[in-house]
Design a protein around this ligand. Sequence first.
Ligand SMILES: *Cc1c(COP(=O)(O)O)cnc(C)c1O
Length: 394
Amino acid sequence: MNNSLDKIYLDYAATTPVDERVIEAMLPYFNRQFGNPSSVHIFGQEAEAALEGGRETIARILDVSAGEIVFTGCGTESDNLALRGIALERKLRYGADRILISPVEHHAVSRTARQLADHFGFRVEFLKVDSFGIVDPDYLRRIIDRDVAIVSVIYGNNEIGSINPVEELGKICRNYDVPFHVDAVQAAAHLPMRGIGNWCDAASFGAHKFYGPKGVGALFIRKGTPILPIQTGGGQENGIRSGTQNVPYIVGMAKAFELAQTEGLKNQASLIQHRDRIISSALENIKGIYLTGHPIKRLANHASFVFEGVDGNQLLILLDAAGFACSSGSACKTGDPKPSEVLLALGISPQVALGSLRVTVGKYTTLNEVEKFVTALPLLVNKIRKLLMELKGG
Ligand SMILES: *Cc1c(COP(=O)(O)O)cnc(C)c1O
């Protein structure tokens, strides 16, 4: 049987392996200190101490207060809670019914906004981005007003790697008392998150993007921000997200976040070295290839391209067969033959957008792996193009 052991993983933007130290930290909370953090007895107290310890760790990293951290089931849930919760509450209280998002959001934000428009009476308006997918603050300045329920912008883009000027955008929103949400799920492994509360009102995180477990996330929600609970029940998480907390995963998320924001941020230089080797080698050795996203203002681990005359899915299959695990852009869309909305928003033609490739490195990527990849890629791209020519010619 074919297995993944001898393969080269270059899809860290889709998910990351869990760091051994994180697994170690989680283990006691499955069976030894297994209590329900809401219980009064000693079992509950131990679980509650672990839960609150995790909350304090994340609050300290962000330099916010512990009461401003809400644990969720994933990054997607954090995005949903922020968008739906804040938009609905602002509409109930103030009649605010406009939602401003960028055209390069993750589906967790864009599809939620679309549902709020289709079924809850909101108007969704898109901010302007340049050809690198970076949001234009001046356009936001022109269209924002107090009737906006929420503004939501992705911090580091999962598909194209571009980093948005979120601090500037947040300050514009604050002038109008309009809540500003950032999807920081992809950025949290690469950019300092300290002081985020100085310019945003809500920020989404997901542990599995920074060497933590899948299925746990967090939402920073600034004190006083209007938010309607989306999940009701026992009143956990300050009443904002009911449900018994996943204590071992929360402990793991806190540990992973701490590692990511300390040693992780210190080790960005080697990611950048790998990323730039992949980008420069691809652009040098392949014709009809374009970098997507900003050449400099991009996540340290992120290389993304489109090709003329190449089917992205076909390329992924050939890469996989050759032992390289990459992505066409977003893990959530695999098997979807439609071109990415994010790439179309950059002005890329639908035909070329179908030829996309995302290569994302991580802390376990080696130079040897990168060299193998940059040798293989031009050969595989040529192979696909040749096949296509033969099909057309025959
Ligand atoms: C992965 C990702 C999400 C979704 O997070 P999950 O934990 O996988 O649900 C949302 N936004 C961005 C930018 C992401 O990269």
